[in-house]
Design a protein around this ligand. Structure first.
Ligand code: KIV
Ligand code: ZN
Length: 506
């Protein structure tokens, strides 16, 4: 059986520290329940001394979640530890995470102390936390820049004092993978009582090496990895959970695995991104919207023949139904034919060739070709009518009155009207449009930009709309930005193939 790597998730502590990512207690409980379902072993729920809100969240998460260990962060300060113990009182499994800086920068510049005094304070903090809980984790802050010989002395002393886990953070994301791996190996080889505790990685991504460093640590003996969903966290972020989990799943030969249910990874990523208002970059490994999208003709042809030619992970393993064959000017006939087949067309080679020429002309003008473009190209007017929604009329009143929008949408050959209010004109328009469609959609990103400058300029609106697990991008431009917003929203709804809401007769 593979060796187990414990997953310590710090999305709700290190991740939530990021400006703009703050969650309220209800939202934190929602994330914590999802982390529990995902199979994380330890949830770092907060830093209770830092604010009453953090204290309350740790307390409420302790009640709401029962399988994982709930962990609370402290400094090596008695008051912090008292408050953390209080916040954790109702947790079924609890851990206090205490620690202090161990690099020269932390010892001399930040703490204005000496190496020996730091060891004394570290030992005292662990012993004090042990009075409250059995499970005490010690973090040797900025271990990445600490001298290995000194670090080994710290680790040995805190394990002797009762630490069950010792965290070796690369707090500033400074290390090279080889250097961080060697650090863990040095501790495994030189700390006499290392077998009495688990060594943990906690790597930041300042140089883009957090995942590589974490894996180097794991390959050299660490058996806990501290991670966040989507890699969010201080500055450039923390190691991302999904990357570590899937790297180990891809490399079975290392014989180390986690208990994570990878099928929930995409769901967790979307949840954290939308609650924290933190969009995921499209090319982000595992969870970016392009992570399983193929756009060049050669790649598309290969994937359609045999998925593994250009994919090392089956998208289904992370909860995505299928790879995306993005149709662009670089796509080949194979990709076009495949998409047409999925849309239900049984076409001859000559017919596909003919459509391919029109497709290339259109693809030169548009960045991406969507299903409704293909319907148009195939000339399936009836189907196009059924699926195309367009804006027939829009009127908005705004200013000191409650913003109100009236829209008339054309669904195929008939029209529907709706009126709605909102906290601004765009909100009112979006609410009115949503009231006319069947599907539950969520706007995950909304961006307006002026083309050049001046208040009479053309406004460009980019919008990301989510429906189930799919997120699409809609775009429109108009001198009236509210109208551009309505058109961009409809652009996305057309890509999602949303349908008209059926009116229930009363
Ligand atoms: O990066 C770090 O060193 C930390 C510690 C508080 C664990 O987040
Ligand atoms: Zn950190």
């Amino acid at each position: 059986m593979a060796d187990k790597l414990y997953i310590f998730d710090t999305t709700l502590r290190d991740g939530e520290q990021v400006p703009g990512c703050q969650l309220n207690t209800t939202e934190k409980i929602e994330v914590a329940k999802l982390l529990e379902a995902l199979g994380v072993d330890i949830i770092e729920a907060g830093f209770p001394i830092s604010s009453p809100g953090d204290f309350n969240s740790v307390r409420e998460i302790s009640k709401a979640v029962s399988r994982p260990t709930i962990c609370a962060l402290t400094r090596a300060v008695q008051k912090d530890i008292d408050v953390a113990a209080d916040a954790l009182a109702l947790a079924k499994y609890k851990r206090i995470h205490t620690g202090i800086g161990v690099s020269p920068q932390h010892i001399y510049d930040k703490l204005r102390s000496t190496p020996d005094e730091i060891i004394e304070r570290a030992v005292a903090a662990v012993k004090y936390a042990k009075k409250y809980v059995e499970d005490v984790e010690f973090y040797a802050e900025d271990a990445g820049r600490a001298d290995n010989e000194y670090l080994a002395r710290v680790v040995e002393a805190v394990i002797k004092a009762g630490a069950t886990v010792v965290n070796i953070p690369d707090t500033t994301g400074y290390c090279f993978p080889g250097e961080y791996g060697a650090k863990i190996k040095y501790l495994m080889d030189h700390v006499a009582n290392v077998d009495k505790a688990i060594l943990s990685t906690h790597c930041h991504n300042d140089l883009g090496m957090a995942t590589a460093n974490t894996l180097a640590g794991v390959l050299n003996g660490a058996r806990q990895a501290e991670v966040t969903i989507n890699g969010i966290g201080e500055r450039a972020g923390n190691t991302s959970l999904e990357e570590v989990v899937m790297a180990l799943r891809c490399h079975k030969e290392v014989d180390i695995d986690t208990d994570i249910n990878s099928m929930l990874i995409t769901k967790a990523s979307h949840k954290v991104s939308s609650l924290m208002n933190m969009p995921v970059q499209p090319n982000k490994a595992i969870v970016g919207s392009n992570a399983f999208a193929h756009s060049s003709g050669i790649h598309q042809d290969g994937v359609l023949k045999q998925r593994e030619t250009y994919e090392i992970i089956d998208p289904k393993d992370v909860g995505i139904n299928e790879s995306v064959i993005a149709l662009t000017a670089r796509s080949g006939r194979a990709a076009l034919a495949h998409r047409l087949e999925l849309l239900g067309y049984d076409l001859t080679k000559e017919e596909v060739d003919d459509i391919y020429q029109k497709f290339l002309e259109l693809a030169d003008k548009k960045k991406e070709i969507h299903d409704y473009d293909l319907l148009y190209l195939v000339g399936d007017v009836d189907r196009l009518k059924q699926q195309t929604i367009s804006l027939k009329f829009l009127q908005v009143t705004t200013g000191t009155l409650v913003p109100t929008a009236t829209v008339v949408l054309k669904f195929g050959d008939h029209e529907r009207l709706a009126t709605a209010t909102g906290n601004g004109p765009v909100d009112a328009v979006v609410t009115a449009i949503k009231s006319l469609i069947n599907e539950n959609v969520l706007i995950t990103e909304f961006l307006t930009q002026a083309m050049t400058r001046g208040c009479n300029d053309v406004g460009r609106v980019h919008i990301h709309v989510q429906c189930d697990n799919k997120i699409v991008h809609g775009f429109a431009a108009h001198t009236d930005t509210t109208r551009a917003a309505a058109e961009a929203f409809l652009d996305a709804l057309r890509i999602l193939n949303v349908t008209e809401k059926v009116e229930v007769e009363k």
